[in-house]
Ligand binder design. Structure first.
Ligand code: COS
Length: 386
């Protein structure tokens, strides 16, 4: 059930305070040490951030998608590595269980995910299956009351900290495409599961991605999410939702970058006046402000449709495409407004410029969103819906 407006406002203000007083002063430290201090992670647990989307009956805050987006918009105003720490528990790591889990699976995992005692990761991508997720080769072969998993997953966010993985693996070896996949909850401690070393990345230091390798890893049949053959449905349903979450993050970052631009341009003087008074600089800031505002409106439209239980595949893809491209443009302008200073690591914009690059890649590249939009429109036209 949605929060009343006063409680909602309190929640947003609490998160804003956490961002301003705890996260922002530590952004540089997190970037340099490639880790979020445990004390800050504990504050996230205390605030309930790991359980934003998990129903109250399982110990979460049970927010609507709109409320979750409002929280993530606030979290966007600091290094996105902070959001990533709890992001998989709120989104792609937990939602397979929330949407498709049995009551037993929910009881077993959701309370621990809600408190942050357990961390969930989403394992779809493979070395040879990125955008073409349906071609995943990881195999899950039935053996009595177990499935035996073999294969490897790549670039798995939070794998180094994960307690469980939602793994998409092929149960029907004779069906090569998306229809042959099934989804599983795999515990990290399962014999035969190995986690690779964190990758060295362009940005978002403090949020790790690693390979996850399965070598004869035996998981009980009770760990399957949904029916055999429903793996792609699980993954895509989770991603439809995740794409709205990432859009909210992108808009939050864009708003932070506007703030950085305005502050710098109001102080920095050239040709005898603050550069914000130069029209070409003004133009870059104005465009960024307007685009961030448009992104916010798109996100709000998408999440309200989600909460109204409308099909959001189309709007989620369009919003993800637009908002992530938008924040890329805004980050580029933010560096431009800062001039040479924007290229120096002391300024937040240098870091954000690198941090936002992944947004156009993960949870489906811009080109995949274009493909989803095109296909959905074609489907709707055929069905006479447009
Ligand atoms: N919701 C629920 N189920 C869906 C779905 C959706 N939005 N989209 C697809 N499915 C399920 C359906 O069961 C579908 O079968 P039907 O169409 O018969 O119902 C099945 O998946 C296969 O769908 P499709 O034929 O569209 O699969 P494709 O192999 O053509 O792939 C794309 C579709 C390209 C959209 C998909 O592979 C994709 O999103 N790729 C990007 C992956 C990604 O985001 N990776 C990031 C990893 S997380 S960082």
């Amino acid at each position: 059930m949605a929060l009343d407006l006063e409680t909602r406002q309190q929640l947003i203000e609490t998160v804003r305070r956490f961002v301003n007083e705890v996260c922002r002063p530590n952004e540089q430290l997190v970037s340099e040490t490639n880790a979020i201090p445990e004390k800050i992670v504990q504050e996230m647990r205390d605030l309930g951030l790991f359980g934003l989307s998990i129903a109250e009956e399982y110990g979460g805050l049970g927010l609507t998608m709109e409320e979750e987006a409002l929280v993530i918009l606030e979290m966007g105003r600091t290094s996105p590595a902070f959001r990533s720490t709890f992001g998989t528990n709120v989104g792609i790591g937990s939602q397979g269980i929330v949407m498709f889990g049995s009551e037993e699976q929910k009881q077993q995992w959701l309370p621990k995910l809600a408190t942050g005692e357990a961390i969930a990761s989403f394992a779809l991508t493979e070395p040879d299956a990125g955008s073409d997720a349906g071609s995943a080769k990881t195999r899950a072969v039935r053996d009595g009351n177990h499935y035996v998993l073999n294969g490897s997953k790549r670039y798995i966010t939070n794998a180094d900290k994960a307690t469980i993985f939602t793994v998409m693996a092929r149960t029907d070896q004779n069906t090569p495409g998306p229809k042959g996949l099934s989804a599983f909850i795999v515990e990290r401690d399962t014999a035969g599961v190995t986690i690779g070393k964190p990758e060295k990345k362009m940005g978002q230091q403090g949020a790790n991605v690693c390979d996850v390798i399965f070598e004869d890893a035996r998981v009980p049949i009770t760990s399957r999410l949904g029916e055999e053959g429903e793996g792609m449905k699980v993954a895509m349903s989770v991603l439809d939702r995740g794409r709205l979450h990432i859009s909210a993050l992108s808009v939050g970052i864009a708003e932070r970058l506007v703030e950085e631009m305005v502050r710098y341009a109001a102080e920095r003087k050239q040709f005898g006046k603050p550069i914000i008074e130069h029209q070409l600089v003004m133009g870059m800031i104005a465009d960024s402000y307007a685009e961030a505002a448009a992104g916010r409106a798109m996100v709000m439209d998408g999440v309200r449709k989600y909460d109204a239980k409308e099909k959001t595949t189309l709007i989620a893809a369009a919003t993800k495409m637009w908002c992530t491209e938008m924040v890329g443009r805004v980050a580029d302008r933010a560096v431009q407004v800062h001039g040479g200073a924007g290229y120096i690591a002391d300024y937040a914009v240098e870091r954000f410029y690198r941090d936002v690059r992944i947004l156009r890649l993960y949870e489906g590249t811009t080109q995949i969103q274009q493909m989803v939009i095109g296909r959905e429109l074609q489907r709707m036209a055929k069905a006479g819906e447009i």
